[in-house]
Design a protein around this ligand. Structure first.
Ligand code: GLU
Length: 549
């Protein structure tokens, strides 16, 4: 019997950009749902008023769309399960909180943040972990709190028995009653906490499988208590393992800050600036010294600061966010394929799988419990496979998407020329960015010619003469296109009895400045008649003005 359709959701908080690790979460949610013909939902969890931004929400939606992780229910799609921004569902949360209050399952707690911090310190001092438990307030106390203008939070009353998660990935995970605390469900600003909103929404949206990062495992104990209190069946859970950097550290957003700080320290050492003195850096980055001081003291971790430092010091930051990979010229198909295999395998040897094949093959039973290591070389390999295999029309769409976020000389080209470049380089370029680098000579004429190449292919054995012969032969070419150029070279070889390479390499050196280019006919066709002759002439002239020793 086919399994019942599964409803899953991806529920990002719009407090920054989409981390590559979240791609895996969203992807597995989509795969698990579509595997059974069910729906994949997207919900934006924006109840943290201080940290949520509309810009981040829009960025996340754009990243998911670029990745091809289209949701069946979510922002932009009318469905009775919506709205899909938690900030638009406050009445629903309030009604449920009232219900808990009425039933004595929730209560107002009046401690200020300072008092809570003090309580925490006291527990630490007596070497106990702090667990908030209900306190009774005397009527005078309550009167005083109100007179002081205190705003209470609302806490959920823990049921006082152990809670066990039957996790689809991690196995059974229990928390004993004495480890549970009465947690906050409504904050001082009147907004619900994540813990409350997530449960109410997952229930009302009919989610029956929750997949998320293992960092949420402890939260799930809280959620199960709420399900019980509301009398709802909880969904199934699967907590996905962490993703590590190759060096075994946790792959985290903070890696960018770390790398930027390391670069600052290194440059400071090299240039002899006193440690902790950031005037020089302020000058170079245009950032205020105070901003840099707090960044270097790890009191702030703004990605924009890291990026400005990296640019000023000419260092590269680690790729962490989806946008980093997009900007670096990766293909969404490849990122999806690679992330799918980071902690899961299809049960056979396949390494290249399309989204449809992943849906077909996906099963939670093959998701690993142990952390996976992110391997950038493997990702680049997967990307190169897609560069070679995707239909050119798809690559052209991807190129357009890349050029929306990256600066590249390719953006100035006509589509036909962009396509020609992709065709020439896709056997070798791992990413779009590679095409820029490999094909740099197309955009900028050489100002010098690799001496070794000149010596070997021009100075020796009559290379210069053959370059001149080629120039003359090309003068007769009618349509400046690869096939007619091919014919012109063939005719020349036939007339002189010399092999193609003896003609091709001198021209290649002349027009590229190096010994490497795609097939010579394509290369010259792309450069165009005028540019080809101009470059050959410049090379020939350089020989005349600087005769070989
Ligand atoms: N908003 C939470 C986060 O971004 C979602 C966790 C969950 O999937 O429940 O971490």
């Amino acid at each position: 019997m086919a399994p019942a359709p599964t409803r899953t959701r991806f529920a990002p908080s719009p407090t920054g950009s989409l981390h590559v690790g979240s791609v895996r979460t969203a992807l597995y949610c989509l795969l698990a749902a579509h595997r059974t013909g069910g729906h994949f939902l997207l919900r934006i969890e924006d109840t943290d008023r201080a940290r949520s931004t509309e810009e981040s929400a829009q960025g996340i939606l754009a990243d998911l769309r670029w990745l091809g992780l289209e949701w069946d229910e979510g922002p932009g799609i009318e469905a009775e399960t919506g709205p899909f921004f938690q900030s638009e569902r406050l009445e629903l949360y309030q009604a449920h909180v009232q219900q808990l209050l009425d039933r004595g399952l929730a209560y107002r707690a009046w401690e200020t943040p300072e008092e809570l911090a003090q309580m925490r310190r006291e527990s630490e001092r007596s070497k106990q972990s702090f667990r908030y438990r209900r306190r009774d307030y005397a009527p005078e106390e309550l009167a005083r709190f109100e007179a002081e203008g205190r705003v209470p939070t609302i806490r959920f009353r823990s049921p006082g028995h152990d809670v066990t998660i039957a996790d689809r990935v991690q196995g059974e995970v229990s928390q004993s009653a004495d480890e549970l605390e009465d947690f906050v469900i409504v904050k001082g600003d009147g907004w619900p906490t994540y813990q409350l909103a997530v449960v109410i929404d997952d229930h009302h949206m009919g989610v029956d499988l929750v997949l998320r990062g293992v960092e949420h495992l402890q939260n799930t104990h809280k959620h199960l208590q709420l399900y019980e209190a509301f009398g709802w069946d909880p969904p199934e859970h699967g907590h996905l393992p962490l993703i590590f950097n190759p060096n075994g550290s946790k792959m985290s957003k903070r890696d960018k800050g770390k790398a930027a700080r390391e670069a600052v320290r290194q440059v400071a050492r090299e240039e002899g600036h006193a440690a902790g003195e950031h005037g020089w850096l302020a000058e170079r980055t245009g950032l205020a010294v105070a901003v840099l001081d707090s960044f270097m003291a790890k009191q702030s971790d703004a990605v924009s600061v890291s990026e400005q430092i990296a640019e000023a010091l000419g260092v590269e930051l680690p790729m962490i966010d989806v946008l980093d990979f997009r900007e670096a010229g990766y293909l969404p198909e490849a990122l999806i394929n690679y992330m799918a295999l980071l902690g899961w395998n299809p049960g056979d040897e396949r390494e290249i799988l399309s989204l449809d094949e992943l849906i077909e093959a996906f099963s939670l039973d093959r998701v690993n419990k142990t952390p996976a290591r992110f391997n950038a070389d493997k990702l680049a390999w997967v990307n190169s496979q897609y560069m070679q295999a995707l239909p050119i029309e798809v690559l052209m769409v991807r190129l357009g998407q890349w050029l929306e976020v990256a600066s590249s000389p390719m953006s100035g080209l006509r589509p036909a020329d962009q396509q020609a470049l992709i065709e020439m380089y896709r056997p070798r370029a791992k990413t779009f960015r590679d095409i820029d680098q490999l094909g740099a000579f197309f955009f900028e004429a050489p100002t010098g010619w690799a001496p070794k190449q000149v010596k070997k292919h021009l100075d020796k054995g009559g290379g210069w003469d053959r370059l001149e012969q080629t120039r003359a032969a090309l003068g007769d070419v009618g349509r400046w296109e690869a096939p007619s150029l091919h014919k012109a070279f063939d005719a020349l070889c036939e007339a002189t009895g010399v092999g193609l390479g003896k003609y091709a390499q001198p021209v290649r050196i002349a027009v590229t400045g190096t010994g490497v280019s795609p097939e010579i006919f394509q290369t010259l066709a792309f450069l165009g008649r005028d540019e080809t002759f101009a470059r050959i002439d410049r090379c020939l002239a350089a020989r005349i003005s600087e005769p070989p020793a």
